[in-house]
Design a protein around this ligand. Structure first.
Ligand SMILES: [Zn+2]
Length: 181
């Protein structure tokens, strides 16, 4: 969403093409130029010892009634890893520790005209008790072949899960073809 007022002086903003050639919101009173950048969301593929991962059934839009990874927007006072761990705790009741970076996905929302970035880590569970958070309808563990592909909420989450499954698949094949010492 485009800002309407200058957050420095409160004056109404106008749009002007600035030095870098982009049309940007500009304050005619104090000259402040607003640079809009995409929000960063962080999430986890949190795996239990039996190989199942936790998914969240969304209770609110966007994606109400569909499943997604525990994930959410980074706060200004935390790292990406902390955001991923906090979001998992808030949405699932599970304490996790991030392991490896699985990948970074971005998207462009045509209707809103805004981009976003999702960073996903693999993580392991270190405590807590499974319970849905305030905007989740349910939380559940799924084996890789039980994940409801057709009922996943976001393309970025689908891509992250697909990469994780193909990594797991390759690791399983690697384990089979590696000769024992
Ligand atoms: Zn201003």
């Amino acid at each position: 969403m485009q800002p309407r007022f200058c957050h420095r002086c409160g004056h109404a903003l106008t749009t002007r093409v600035v030095e870098d050639g982009h049309a940007r919101p500009v304050c005619p009173a104090c000259g402040h130029i607003i640079y809009l950048n995409p929000p960063i969301a962080a999430g986890v593929i949190a795996q239990r010892e039996d190989g199942k991962i936790v998914l969240v059934l969304r209770g609110e839009n966007p994606g109400k009634g569909l499943w997604c990874l525990p994930a959410g927007f980074m706060e200004i006072d935390e790292t990406v890893e902390q955001a991923a761990q906090r979001e998992c705790w808030e949405e699932t009741g599970l304490h996790v520790v991030t392991d490896d970076l699985l990948g970074v996905w971005s998207y462009f929302h045509r209707e809103k005209g805004t981009a976003g970035v999702l960073v996903v880590y693999t993580a392991h569970i270190v405590g807590g008790e499974l319970r849905p958070g305030s905007d989740s309808a349910d939380v559940r563990f799924f084996a890789p072949d039980e994940i409801p592909e057709e009922q996943l909420a976001f393309s970025t989450h689908r891509a992250a899960i697909a990469k994780w499954r193909s990594n797991a698949h390759r690791a399983a094949i690697g384990a089979r073809v590696t000769p024992s010492p």
